[in-house]
Design a binder for this molecule. Structure first.
Ligand code: HEM
Ligand SMILES: [Cu+2]
Length: 582
């Protein structure tokens, strides 16, 4: 093993951490009002986290009910109308209230400033405003839920959304309002990344998570206004019959689809780019190795953001758009495969000959690689014009987008949650319980959604509460899968909540990471760091630098950095984690 030396000048004061820091963001200042009026990005992130988890739970219960209904053909628990309402609310809540804010506004808010060594985001008050705007939007959605729900599907397609007797206006108004919250977060992150990086941190020594969030923010700022206007036009159409989508008055219902997907295709990258951003961090940390292809990974995020604006027409192959348009959209859709493929190859290359450890976050990373690849590849089937004509509006689509949104984004979110949990709470969770729950979620997910590809290929249409007998066994398997998923999530809820109260004290750096959030205490100081951190090594310099669990930094003298010899132990006499050969 290479001789390792303790550095005399570490980037931040290294006091070590064997017990909880006495002052941290959770305990000072105290009191409910200090939380509700906080401008601390960590507290705002945490309030977002509670909110999105609540809505994930609500929409998850709807999902379980939907699958219960589908266990047999005909009516089991709900009839056709309630089924329409359940899947609409499930989809709308999952998309607008859970997954869009989940990674950026909850986890991103918490870690992005820490990762770049900043005290906070650029506009802390705007950050708090974004949270309350989200809450107000969510209240409108809840109002719709308790006043007859919505039955249009989460896409609110005209002409039906103009005619439906359900509470369309309140939920679309909620979506309109929540759009501002998303724009605020995006704007805040863009300025934060430009202006508040720690001294020494260049664009190309930012962690890849930050690049991913930056690309996401661009989409949030540029695409969300289009959704806002679309929702507003729909509300005006419903309330006053202005005729923009009504052919009888010279309008065009397909125009709605163009508007909607001009936002909502980029929005699927608002969902997946942050997931990919988390995976880049987890792969590096749990391979203990310099990330392979830093620059391609960083630029592929920007490329995905750009291409995402050019492909919306692939949702409209069967809407009667011109053949030429369909052909071009189909071609452009394939382009998205290139940057996504670049990421996957670079991640795999990073793991190659790394020293991999399989703690819970890494298990989620592997689940992500497997499930996202299936989701992404089946997206290419759907993007192929001729194939989509057959698969459109079947369960193949339902399986595809669940593999991407749940198998991709939600799994990455859970990986990130487990990764940063010790930092957020200063407590460790039970590792064995976490591995069992991750395994159940992976198995349950596949049992639920893989049969849906097969049903879709055989022609089972989506959005129906009943079906022909020929699909019975596949539907039954799919429903059983949700029970396995449910057990996995219940176990997770139990050990995570338990850890907050009873978990052992977390060290500064439980996973030996090199990004800056691991150099502050767990939980962090109210101002993130004591003093201003300087970046003196890159986020993936595993060949140059080692960190131990207490945040002590050691340079590898063989890498060309000057420093004296030692015996492979740091100043506290603790054994240092061995870096892999590179
Ligand atoms: C917990 C596991 C989940 C299960 C069991 C589940 C189940 C379902 C079911 C049964 C449908 C209705 C299919 C149909 O009749 O067409 C559906 C639709 C949908 N789901 Fe999920 N889902 C889950 C998680 C998610 C997640 C995490 C997201 C997004 C973040 C999501 C987004 C959607 C969307 C957008 C729709 C389409 C709604 C529509 O057609 O308007 N689901 N899901
Ligand atoms: Cu799309």
């Amino acid at each position: 093993m290479a001789a390792l030396v303790e550095t005399p000048s570490s980037p931040v004061a290294n006091t070590g951490q064997s017990s909880a820091p006495s002052v941290h963001y959770l305990n000072s200042p105290q009191g409910l009002w200090s939380w509700l009026s906080t401008v601390d990005h960590k507290r705002i992130g945490l309030m977002y986290l509670f909110s999105v988890m609540f809505f994930f739970f609500v929409a998850g219960v709807f999902a379980i009910l939907l699958r219960f209904e589908l266990i047999n053909p005909g009516k089991d628990i709900v009839g056709p109308d309630s089924y329409n309402q359940l899947f609409t609310l499930h989809g709308a809540i999952m998309v607008f209230l859970f997954i869009i804010p989940a990674i950026p506004a909850a986890l991103g808010n918490f870690v992005l400033p820490l990762m770049i060594g900043a005290k906070d985001v650029a506009f802390p008050r705007l950050n708090l405003a974004s949270f309350y705007v989200y809450v107000v939007g969510a209240l409108f959605a809840i109002y719709s839920l308790v006043t007859g729900a919505v039955d249009t599907g989460w896409t609110f397609y005209t002409p039906y959304s103009v005619e439906s007797k359900t509470s369309v206006i309140s939920i679309t108004l909620g979506v309109f309002i929540m759009g501002f919250s998303s724009i605020f977060t995006g704007l805040n992150f863009i300025v934060t990344v430009h202006k508040l990086r720690a001294p020494g941190m260049t664009w190309f020594s930012m962690p890849l998570f930050v690049w991913g969030m930056y690309a996401t923010s661009i989409i949030q700022v540029m695409a969300t206004p289009v959704l806002g206007i679309t929702m507003l036009l729909l509300i005006l159409e419903r309330a006053f019959g202005i005729g923009i989508f009504d052919p009888a008055m010279g309008g065009d219902p397909v125009l709605y689809q163009h508007f909607f997907w001009f936002y909502s295709h980029p929005a699927v990258y608002i969902m997946i780019l942050p997931g990919m951003a988390i995976i880049s961090e987890l792969i590096a940390t749990f391979s203990h190795k310099r990330i392979f292809g830093y620059t391609p990974i960083a630029f592929s995020s920007l490329a995905i953001a750009l291409v995402s604006f050019l492909v919306w027409g692939h949702h409209m192959f069967t809407s009667g758009q011109s053949e030429l348009a369909a052909f071009i959209f189909s071609f452009l859709t394939f382009l998205v495969g290139i940057p996504s493929g670049i990421k996957i190859f670079n991640w795999v290359a990073t793991m190659y000959r790394g020293s991999l450890t399989f703690q819970a976050p890494m298990l989620y990373t592997h689940a992500f690689l497997c499930l996202f690849t299936i989701g992404g590849l089946t997206g290419i089937y759907l993007g192929a014009l001729s194939v989509d004509i057959h698969l459109h509006d079947t369960y193949f689509v339902v399986a595809h987008f669940h593999y991407v949104m749940m198998g991709g984004t939600v799994i990455a979110f859970l990986g990130g949650l487990h990764y940063w949990w010790p930092k957020i709470w200063g407590r460790m969770y039970n590792e064995t319980a976490a591995l069992v729950s991750a395994a159940l979620i992976f198995i349950g997910f596949n049992v639920t959604f893989f049969p849906q590809f097969l049903m879709g290929l055989q022609g089972m249409p989506r959005r129906y509460y009943t079906y022909l007998e020929q699909y019975h066994s596949l539907h039954m398997i799919s429903t059983v899968g949700t029970w396995i998923l449910g057990v996995g999530f219940i176990i997770m809820a139990v050990y995570l909540i338990h850890s907050i109260f009873k978990g052992p004290q977390a060290p500064k750096n439980p996973w030996y990471g090199l990004t800056m959030e691991w150099m502050t205490t767990s939980p962090p100081h109210p101002h993130n760091f004591e003093g201003t951190p300087h970046q003196i090594f890159g986020p993936y310099d595993y060949d140059r630098v080692l960190m131990d669990k207490d945040g002590l930094i050691t340079f590898n003298p063989n890498s060309g950095d000057h420093h004296e010899e030692s015996n492979g132990k740091n100043g506290n006499g603790k054994k240092l984690k061995k870096a892999s050969k590179v």
